[in-house]
Design a binder for this molecule. Structure first.
Ligand code: PLP
Length: 442
């Protein structure tokens, strides 16, 4: 099939890639073509850096400084709260603007040329997380994915779902509403702050299982404590007992070298605007092939009966620019390399933990074991109000971190995200700020 035929679509007969480029050039001359060129030059520069600075060389310095330059932080903002919302790299922003501009200038192409790119993006996402394209739905965020799981499973009154005691509201309330509506039982399983080992974590769930248990629904990336739940071991145990496993991996895509097949879960939802560099408003929802006939779609129009995960994204017209930009965010991380990114993030977190521990009264809420921790580090300092630390480092160094957790549960503290663009000097500044506030306590 010729390229021109491939690009033909309903309502836009005979429109080819060449025509599209011509339209772009005529309608908006330099800017759109310029944005594409700009992206190509940014990627070329990352390729050059990769060739020059081999893996593990220069833990700080030229390589990561140059990568930082691919972002657009205003006024020296030091963003250490990816756990809430992260930045978009320039290439993602360029692609987003370029794609939205199509709607502004020629809406016809938003439902002809642009949607035709989405299947290729689905395949790119699937390869990135080690899933099949038939197992990937592009949704709006983690909350939506977790709601799809709770809403879409046929459970009877009395059937039980196990959650951890540290779930995000977006992972708890979909089950709470099902409990109120359908009479299922939701049970919270206490987990350590942090758990001491994989066995401790998996053992708590194993002990809590009853003959009525059907599903274990847990955070992969625990927002309160920074725990990376050992899903591989949990899924093995749960599947041996015939249970389904749902994972809230809001922070996983972009922070970890995510390999969903290895994790073995049945459902996973992630929000790539935190660590991957995608815009807000677009998320990824994975449903294992073998679990798809057990999960009904929640939002439907035509297509809900398709035999693939595409049935979970039948939402009518979408903001496709967000999806195209998500594809660009995957490209951006691929240029740096997922393994390199996870190593960098974990080594920065490791440095922060190692130095934080030296501060009198400091308590790490996050494990020091890199197998069950990642880029989120939570901590408290005896006698120190976490909000005072957050406010001080923002005002003094323009460093953004946040408070997290609850006093009545003993989880209240500060949470720091160490993404790859952060450097050791900034972590030292953060530590200096923490020491200063800790030193003021009586
Ligand atoms: C662990 C966890 N789950 C779910 C969410 C909700 O994510 P979203 O608002 O993207 O749905 C968050 C947000 O911070 C989170 O940290």
């Amino acid at each position: 099939m010729s390229e021109n035929n491939v690009l033909k679509g309903n309502g836009d007969k005979g429109f080819s890639r060449r025509d599209f480029v011509k339209y772009l050039l005529a309608g908006s001359s330099v800017s759109i073509a310029g944005l594409s060129k700009l992206n190509a030059s940014i990627y070329q520069s990352i390729t050059d850096l990769n060739q020059k600075y081999i893996q593990d060389e220069a833990p700080d310095g030229v390589y990561w400084d140059a990568i930082r330059e691919k972002f657009m932080f205003q006024d020296g903002l030091v963003m250490m709260n990816n756990g809430t919302v992260g930045p978009m790299p320039k290439t993602v922003f360029n692609t987003l603007i370029k794609t939205f501009k199509v709607q502004a200038t020629s809406p016809v192409h938003t439902y002809t040329y642009i949607p035709r790119q989405k299947e290729e993006i689905r395949s790119r996402i699937a390869a990135f997380i080690n899933a099949s394209p038939d197992e990937v739905a592009v949704v709006r965020n983690t909350t939506e994915g977790m709601n799809f799981v709770a809403n879409g499973l046929d459970l009877k009154p009395g059937d039980e779902v196990l959650l951890s005691s540290m779930e995000h509201p977006g992972g708890t309330h979909p089950w709470k509403i099902k409990e109120a509506r359908c009479g299922i039982k939701v049970t919270e399983v206490p987990i350590g702050l942090p758990p001491k080992s994989v066995d401790e974590f998996v053992g708590s769930f194993k002990k809590a299982i009853t003959p009525k248990t059907r599903v274990i629904s847990v955070s992969h990336t625990v927002y309160i404590s920074g725990l990376i739940s050992p899903l591989k071991e949990l899924s093995q145990m749960a599947h041996e007992k015939g249970l389904l496993v749902a994972a809230d991996s809001a922070h996983g895509m972009g922070m970890l070298d995510l390999d969903i097949k290895e994790l073995g879960v049945d459902f996973l939802a992630t929000s790539p605007y935190k660590w991957l560099g995608a815009p807000t408003g677009v998320g990824v929802f994975y449903v294992r092939k073998e679990a798809q006939d057990q999960l009904w779609p929640t939002i439907t129009t035509s297509g809900w009966d398709r035999p693939t995960a595409r049935k979970y994204e039948t939402l009518g017209q979408r903001a496709d620019a967000l999806i195209i930009a998500l594809g660009e965010a995957v490209n951006f991380q691929n240029y740096i390399g997922k393994v390199r990114i996870e190593q960098r993030i974990k080594s920065l977190a490791g440095y922060f933990k190692q130095e934080l521990k030296k501060i009198p009264g400091a308590k790490l809420h996050t494990s020091e074991d890199p197998y069950i921790s990642g880029g989120l580090t939570a901590f408290s300092i005896k006698g120190v109000e976490p909000r005072d630390i957050v406010d001080y480092v923002r005002q003094k160094y323009n460093i953004v971190i946040r408070t997290v957790g609850r006093t009545d549960r003993g989880t209240y503290g500060c949470r720091v995200s160490t993404h790859y663009y952060i450097n050791h000097r900034e972590i030292d500044q953060l530590l200096e700020g923490i020491r200063k506030i800790a030193g003021q306590r009586n």
